[in-house]
Ligand binder design. Structure first.
Ligand SMILES: NC(=O)c1ccc[n+]([C@@H]2O[C@H](COP(=O)([O-])OP(=O)(O)OC[C@H]3O[C@@H](n4cnc5c(N)ncnc54)[C@H](OP(=O)(O)O)[C@@H]3O)[C@@H](O)[C@H]2O)c1
Length: 303
């Protein structure tokens, strides 16, 4: 006899995090993924739907049609600089969208995992454990703090995960990330300016997927920091990429944040403590070399 399939709604399932979840999906689980733009998704282990989470009627209709076992809410505008410049649109996407998803989940009594960020911290007192006080330095971080509050104050059965800077192969339809951007620039022989005053322990999207599945299986509650096992600044991150991918590291130019006066403020050091991730989820943080080597071994082929 076939066992029961557990269905998880993943909003923003075509993004980098959603792709990591798709690639690590355990047997017996099904992903229904939402995105908003009208494109087809190839080479995916999820079922995909086009639906804008700002549309409350459509969200309610979706929940009425599908009895979800869990929800991972990752959709929204995730670019720090885009949020800074397009605040009204970002409020609708991140606040209204989150309200629509959380209220439908509350009425259906579904366990929800909200995907937040390291940008909730000011970056002055790293390393950060889950109970550290939040104090965002940009509009994106402030929106995410509001969404965390909305989740915590309206739902009973929830977890909040805060992934740190993520790297990995994105779906070609979605935005690049610092790793794919650096790889592509170096492969074209272009110089890349990288700052040495923004510091994190970057997270491989495949490991992020594994941590989310561990969380879903346990229906764990509370806040979880998800990060890698190695702390680097962005310049060191670029050097490690060049080394693992065999690219020309002399094209990497070390600068500080004053070289980019027009972008949103970044918290300087948001390195995470990953004790909860390893002890409670059973996912020990992967080193940057391990993550990049896995990425290299699974390089996407350009058509
Ligand atoms: N990437 C990181 O380094 C990082 C770090 C910390 C936290 N996070 C958080 O992790 C989550 C996922 O990030 P990501 O990098 O995977 O995102 P991403 O690659 O930018 O993808 C965003 C996803 O959200 C969807 N989306 C956006 N607005 C939507 C709407 N109104 N209705 C339905 N779907 C919508 C997008 O669909 P379309 O393609 O159709 O627009 C896409 O599937 C976000 O909440 C982000 O804040 C990310």
């Amino acid at each position: 006899m076939k066992g029961k399939t557990t269905t998880v709604l993943v909003t923003g399932g075509t993004g980098l995090l959603g792709k990591g979840m798709g690639e690590t999906k355990p047997n017996g689980w099904r992903i229904l993924s939402l995105h908003q733009r009208d494109y087809a998704v190839e080479d995916s282990r999820a079922d995909h739907l086009v639906l804008d989470i700002r549309d409350k009627a459509k969200v309610d209709e979706l929940f009425a049609k599908h009895p979800f076992d869990a929800v991972v809410h990752a959709a929204g505008i995730a670019s720090v600089d885009y949020v800074e410049r397009h605040y009204a649109e970002s409020l609708e996407s991140n606040i209204v969208g989150t309200l629509n998803i959380t209220s439908a989940s509350r009425r259906a009594g579904v366990y929800l995992v909200y995907v937040s960020t390291n940008a909730v911290f000011d970056g002055k007192k790293a390393p950060y454990a889950e109970d550290a006080p939040v104090n965002p330095v940009n509009k994106y971080g402030r929106l995410k703090v509001e969404c965390e509050r909305l989740v915590a104050e309206t739902l009973k059965d929830y977890a909040i995960v805060r992934p740190i800077l993520m790297y990995g192969w994105n779906h070609p339809v979605c935005r690049p990330n610092p790793a794919t951007w650096i790889i592509e620039k170096l492969m074209r022989g272009e110089a890349v300016q990288l700052v040495d005053d923004v510091i994190e322990n970057p997270l491989y999207n495949i490991q992020c997927g594994e941590a989310l599945w561990a969380l879903l299986k346990k229906r764990a509650t509370g806040i979880f920091h998800l990060a890698g096992g190695e702390t680097v600044n962005r310049y060191e991150f670029g050097r490690r990429i060049a080394e693992v991918f065999g690219l020309d590291a002399s094209l990497l130019k070390r600068v500080d944040s004053s070289a980019f006066p027009d972008i949103a403020a970044r918290p300087p050091n948001t390195t995470f403590v990953t004790r909860r991730m390893s002890r409670e989820l059973g996912v020990p943080a992967m080193t940057l070399r391990e993550g990049l080597a896995h990425m290299k071994a699974h390089a996407r082929v350009k058509s």
